[in-house]
Design a protein around this ligand. Structure first.
Ligand code: ATP
Length: 463
């Protein structure tokens, strides 16, 4: 029987040990390493290894296919990370992209005041007004606003005009190119610009592994609409988000939609839904979906003195379109998928760990082994099967892996831990009748399949 140790998180219960296990698996199996580790680390940064990168690319590809390639009215972009500082003045980031920072007067640790977890301290109501340090209960300083953009200088000079920033979101690259998109594609409303790329935020307190880092990736859409139609587009994008979450295998009972109430939304937003996920450290934001009105385009038009109006050819009306923005964190998706997939069970009286990832996004789809690596006839045959599958399957984006490290039991354990849905073994019978065994990751069951039928079997299994 498979016991999924995640089952108790569906009500939002915290499971810190699950996060620890995931962090450890990620390092052990080459998914994610701590940033700059040989120098003692670098807070809020992580490096993706071979399998992590493959998983990340599969998520990106699935998102791009769903939201861009399969849509008629979506256009892709890849804007520069560095932009003219006026972009950040117009967007409001230069002035207001700040979090309230407090510092403990005893241990000097810094915190975002809105993230302090008062109940954890068992504080009385009277003490909550003046919170104490969650680590040492020392006195906290007054809150001050801390701008989270990483500042840099462009070129040799260092003065006010040379200042630029690492972008804290990908969105502004799309607003700044709105006119280019109109001129190049002549799109009709509603239409969207989409991009996937790095964003940087000097987070006061990076935490919870990939959840809050200082360098991360976003997958964002700026969907331009006639203000009359914003409600329909908002609902369409909400439903598409849910469909895509199901496609990549994020179970719906751990996903929650939070309607952000008046007064708690960003000042430019008339409606926001946060998609939240029950992470092992509690329920937290996965994505945001916001109706941003004409805030961005109107501000860029004012700051740049370039008209960003749209002409409706039927009604001859000219207006600045409004925007619906779904913003997806790629690293948070990656983390949620690992939390969802991490499973422990017992097989053949031994404990095992495996990642129950959907075959669509699993980093390696198929692994091939010779039963014994010191039997040349077996290795030769397994190499032939490997080459054959490579030529038939890898062209369609399947990652196929050759594995002859250690004994067969160790190879199964390794492939289970990286979530490979199917493993193929060439054994002595293969030499006689051209059949191989195909093992299923989740059940551990093996079936014998003719090499000639292998491609069909795998394509069905991995669909
Ligand atoms: P939070 O309240 O958690 O700081 P936010 O509301 O500031 O997030 P947005 O500005 O809406 O986040 O960013 C859009 C998405 O980008 C988030 O939903 C999240 O998936 C991702 N994201 C934002 N900040 C980070 C970060 N520091 N590390 C990883 N992903 C992030």
């Amino acid at each position: 029987m498979t016991k999924n140790i995640n089952s108790s998180t569906s009500n939002g219960n915290k499971q810190p040990d699950l996060l620890e296990k995931i962090v450890s698996l990620c390092k052990r199996r080459g998914f994610v390493f701590p940033g700059s580790e040989i120098y003692g680390g670098f807070a809020g940064t992580y490096d993706y290894g071979h399998y992590g990168l493959a998983l990340k690319k599969n998520i990106q590809q699935s998102w791009w296919q769903h939201f861009v390639e399969n849509q008629e009215n979506m256009y892709g972009m890849d804007a520069a990370i560095l932009m003219n500082q006026k972009v950040w003045r117009a967007s409001g980031h230069a002035e207001g992209f700040a979090d309230p920072l407090v510092e403990c007067e005893e241990c000097k640790k810094q915190f975002r005041i809105d993230q302090l977890d008062f109940p954890r301290l068992n504080l009385k109501d009277s003490e909550k007004v003046q919170p104490l340090c969650p680590d040492c209960a020392g006195k906290l300083s007054e809150a001050r606003q801390f701008n989270m953009m990483f500042k840099t200088n462009i070129g040799a000079a260092e003065n006010e005009n040379s200042v630029s920033y690492l972008r804290p979101e990908t969105a502004q690259g799309m607003f700044a190119n709105f006119k280019n998109a109109l001129d190049a594609y002549h799109p009709k409303l509603p239409f969207g610009l989409a991009q996937i790329g790095k964003a940087f935020r000097n987070e006061i307190a990076p935490r919870d592994f990939l959840f809050r880092t200082r360098e991360f990736e976003q997958m964002e859409i700026e969907y331009f609409v006639n203000p009359k139609d914003w409600k329909k587009s908002f609902e369409d994008l909400r439903l598409e988000t849910k469909k895509w979450l199901a496609e990549i295998g994020l179970a719906s009972e751990k996903i929650h939609e939070l309607e952000v109430p008046d007064g708690e939304r960003a000042h430019y937003s008339k409606r926001t839904i946060d998609f939240e996920y029950d992470f092992p450290f509690g329920r937290n934001e996965l994505y945001g979906l916001a109706y941003r009105t004409d805030f961005d385009l109107a501000n860029h038009s004012r700051e740049s003195d370039v008209s960003l109006e749209y002409l409706d050819e039927e009604s001859k009306e000219k207006f600045i379109p409004h925007v619906i923005e779904p913003s997806f964190g790629l690293d948070r998706t990656f983390l949620a998928l690992l939390c969802e997939a991490y499973t422990e069970d017992e097989m053949n009286n031994e404990k095992r760990t495996y990642l129950k990832l959907s075959p669509k996004i699993a980093p390696v789809k198929v692994a091939i082994f010779p039963l014994l690596r010191n039997k040349p006839a077996l290795v030769k045959k397994a190499r032939e099967v490997f080459k054959f599958l490579h030529s038939k399957l890898q062209v369609t984006g399947y990652m196929i892996e050759w594995d002859d490290n250690g004994n067969i039991g160790k190879r199964y354990r390794r492939q289970d831990e990286i979530g490979t849905p199917a493993t193929i073994t060439c054994d002595f019978q293969t030499l006689e009748d051209d059949t191989v065994t195909v093992r299923d990751r989740d059940t551990g069951k093996q079936e014998r399949v003719k090499i000639a039928e292998l491609v069909d079997t795998l394509q069905n299994k991995l669909a």
